[in-house]
Ligand binder design. Structure first.
Ligand code: ADP
Ligand code: MG
Length: 322
């Protein structure tokens, strides 16, 4: 029901940045090579995500907007084997329940389709020619949930949240070419050539990227690649630390602590490195089903993973003679 979708939206769609996150994750799941994000007025006027992924077949397109209908989870074991970023089948229905949404999509086989949904009601569904891929345009966000509108922060803050989300998704997927523009101004562009350092340079600037060094480490369960700043390049906040597990941006206190520990006494108190840690592991070792927005995860073998990160950083940073 529309009401159930709105309740779910309360959890999944908190702010414009949550819409961006869900739409971009869907594009990544659709194996897009190029993802363009166009935002107007910090996402309050509109958010558009255009991808060149596999698209949605016309017969499935309405189902994509019905809650859990598309959930890929059929058994409890599946919860631990999630390979895609999405899996709850909640995002599109939630977004459509609190906004005006146009979705244009084509698979390359047969005619494409265009669907217009507002406040959870399908208004039109027509055939539309387009190249393979999907284009979702969300406007009038929270038009029917004024309380939620009231909780939004300033446009600058909402935009900063959007930039943050796209940055981290780009860091997690260096093989995908991302662009982000706000009111027609380009804020980020990555090449999609699989070169993480190029993504780091695109986000933090070329000068900063030059003061970052590659780290890597692996054991039987985990593989780590990443970039960390030299101890002289620090920030006053942990916000410049990005940890991605299987391409998903996560927050984890123990892993962040291990990263910092790897610097030993080389970091000044209250200063934090800029860092990007890309971790790959069997999805069996990660439980992402803790919260709908999926940023908190539970890890099996967390101490081992923390140790792997600590050692990778320590081995690299200890070599820098200061
Ligand atoms: P979930 O991602 O959890 O499966 P969503 O509500 O985000 O649920 O999306 C519903 C479904 O719609 C997806 O499972 C996918 O099949 C389809 N879909 C959504 N966005 C795209 C896209 N950009 N390209 C291809 N398919 C998409
Ligand atoms: Mg999704």
């Amino acid at each position: 029901t529309v009401l159930a979708d709105q309740i779910a939206a309360g959890e999944v769609v908190e702010r414009p940045a949550s819409v961006v996150k869900e739409l971009v994750e869907n594009a990544v799941d659709a194996h897009a090579k190029t993802i363009d994000v166009l935002v107007e007025e910090a996402g309050l006027k509109s958010i558009q995500v255009v991808d060149d992924g596999v698209g949605i077949a016309d017969e499935d397109v309405e189902m994509a907007f019905s809650r859990h209908a598309t959930s890929k989870i059929t058994s409890r074991e599946d919860l631990f084997r999630v390979h895609s970023l999405g899996f709850r089948g909640e995002a599109l229905p939630s977004i459509a329940s609190v906004a005006d949404v146009w979705l244009k999509t084509a698979t390359g086989k047969g005619a494409g389709s265009e669907v217009h949904i507002k406040g959870g009601e399908i208004l039109t569904h027509t055939a539309a020619q387009s190249r393979p891929g999907t284009e979702v345009t969300v406007s009038d966000l929270f038009f029917n949930t004024p309380a939620r509108l009231k909780y939004l922060k300033s446009p600058q803050t909402e935009l900063a949240n959007i930039v943050d989300i796209v940055d981290r998704l780009a860091l997690g997927h260096p093989d995908v070419a991302f662009s982000l523009s706000h009111n027609g101004r380009e804020l980020l562009r990555t090449a999609g050539r699989g070169d993480s350092q190029q993504v780091v340079a695109g986000i933090y600037g070329v000068q900063t990227a030059r003061k970052m060094v590659a780290i890597e480490n692996e054991d039987a369960d985990f593989k780590l690649t990443g970039y960390v700043s030299l101890p002289e390049l620090t920030r006053a906040s942990r916000n410049y630390i990005s940890i991605l597990i299987n391409g998903r941006y996560i927050k984890n206190y123990q892993l962040t602590k291990a990263l910092i520990k790897g610097y030993g006494s080389k970091l000044m108190v209250g200063r934090y490195p800029i860092a990007v840690l890309n971790l790959t592991m069997d999805p069996f070792l990660v439980d992402v089903n803790v919260h709908p927005t999926k940023q908190e995860v539970r890890l099996s073998k967390e101490p081992e993973l923390a140790d792997l990160i600590d050692k990778a950083v320590y081995n690299r940073i200890a070599r820098e003679n200061l």
